[in-house]
Design a protein around this ligand. Structure first.
Ligand SMILES: [Zn+2]
Length: 448
């Protein structure tokens, strides 16, 4: 080997150093040829980060408490979320060693039997803990109507639903609005009834102050039961533009309709606007972060323009709610580009769940990259896993969501490194933030 003189070597080092400094000094618009290699290097490191899944619906397919909602029969599903997505075969193979290349009824029986065997082996809460271990997920939010005794509360912190407090009156007109509401609104009535049962309240309190006290009792009791946040999915039921009525206005409507009668749409909305703001304020006072569904939703009648995440901007940027932590579930998808600017507010976070399932990793990577380049410390990972049916459960959808997110994250960061935006160390810091640290921090030590 040809020897380089000591001086020559020093010169070379200085030259390379100045070159690399120059290279990091300015970002470039295209990734270099090294982007593939960087991706391959990052992915296994990213797979080793224990994750905190900030939004998920774990549970078995025959468990009606997996969600406070249900999909209307025959609702359209975007391509990748259909249960014939071949990627679910990869999920079943990775998690359970599924040996077939289709889900024909005959083959599907194998998977059902395999899971039944594992449930006998991993009894109680051990089964879903084992699934989390396989995904390298340390903890996963369980956004469920009620908690299940087969989920370990230490690894599945509960996020409960609060929309039902906005629907206490005769909902005849609301239910008749369209076929989706015919499914949704009765479920809200049922949920309100369950909260009433929990608090031993048999009829709506006659006074408005009593109704507000009842709401607060539910929040406090749910928090005692392990609830870490409250969740709104109000976009499914009405527009997300909220007026700012006085307590007296809401009180008068309550006095009128608590014991019966169908309120006008205008009156009902005014009442709901007040209750929504009351809950948001209580979330601040009780240190109970507020999760809000902020994306498209299931059901063919879901009105995206009326539930556009930016409708909530006036609430999120209202200094009166500065003490409330907001998590915008699904990050406004498909409006994630304007949505990231809401995270300028110190108390507003964006969750990426569903985006990683509705899109393929190539598209999700671009969305995540844009977020990482804007407010990287305000974004959190979630899968929005859900049991599809008896064969394909929350397990497979957990796997697809987690895998897709980790791959898209590695790809986004690889591009950012290759484009001279960040160093590899910084990339791993951002990865840990997105997959775990950012979410865990906002619960002030109540989750891990
Ligand atoms: Zn969800």
């Amino acid at each position: 080997m040809k020897r380089i003189s000591r001086l020559g070597r020093a010169f070379l080092v200085a030259f390379l150093l100045s070159f690399s400094l120059a290279a990091t000094a300015q970002a470039r618009p295209l990734p270099g040829p090294d982007v593939q290699q960087i991706y391959q290097r990052l992915l296994p490191q990213i797979e080793q980060i224990p994750a905190f899944d900030h939004h998920a619906h774990p549970g078995f397919s025959d468990d009606p408490d997996v969600d406070a909602m249900a999909a209307p029969p025959g609702a359209s599903a975007p391509l990748r979320t259909r249960d014939d997505n071949p990627e679910l075969l990869a999920a079943a193979r990775a998690l359970f060693g599924y040996p077939y290349s289709d889900f024909s009824p005959e083959h599907a029986k194998w998977l059902v039997a395999k899971k039944a065997g594992l449930k006998r082996q991993y009894t109680g809460s051990a089964y879903f803990n084992m699934i989390l271990d396989k995904l390298n997920t340390e903890s996963s939010v369980a956004n469920r109507a009620m908690m299940a005794d087969y989920l370990d509360p230490r690894r599945f912190p509960w996020v409960f639903f609060v929309d039902s407090f906005m629907w206490p009156f005769n909902n005849q007109r609301e239910t008749a609005r369209n076929p989706d509401e015919r499914v949704f609104i009765p479920l809200q009535e049922k949920m309100l009834h369950r909260w009433m049962q929990q608090e031993n309240v048999s009829i709506l309190p006659p006074k408005f102050s009593g109704y507000l006290e009842f709401i607060t009792r539910v929040l406090v009791d749910n928090q005692k039961k392990g609830g870490i946040a409250m969740k709104f999915e109000v976009a499914y039921f009405r527009p997300t533009t909220f007026s700012d009525p006085t307590r007296e206005q809401a009180e008068e409507i309550y006095r009128h309709y608590a014991s019966g009668g169908v309120p006008s749409e205008k009156d009902y909305r005014i009442f709901q606007d007040y209750i929504f703001r009351f809950l948001v304020q209580e979330g601040g006072r009780l240190h109970l972060p507020v999760h809000i569904h902020s994306a498209v939703g299931i059901g063919d009648y879901f009105n995206l323009s009326q539930s556009n995440i930016m409708n909530l901007e006036t609430v999120l940027r209202d200094p009166r709610y500065g003490g409330t932590t907001f998590v915008m579930i699904h990050g406004g998808y498909p409006l994630e580009r304007p949505a990231i600017w809401l995270a300028a507010m110190k108390n507003v976070y964006l969750d990426s769940s569903f985006g990683e399932l509705a899109q393929y990793p190539a598209a999700f990577k671009d969305a995540l990259k844009m977020w990482l380049e804007t407010f990287p410390e305000k974004i959190t990972f979630g899968t929005d896993c859900f049991p599809y049916n008896e064969v394909l459960g929350a397990e497979e959808s957990y796997w697809l969501g987690a895998q897709s997110s980790r791959m898209a994250l590695a790809a986004a960061l690889a591009e950012m490194i290759s484009e001279n935006e960040i160093t590899e160390d910084r990339a791993m810091e951002l990865a840990r933030g997105y997959l775990h640290d950012n979410a865990v921090k906002l619960y002030e030590g109540r989750v891990h």
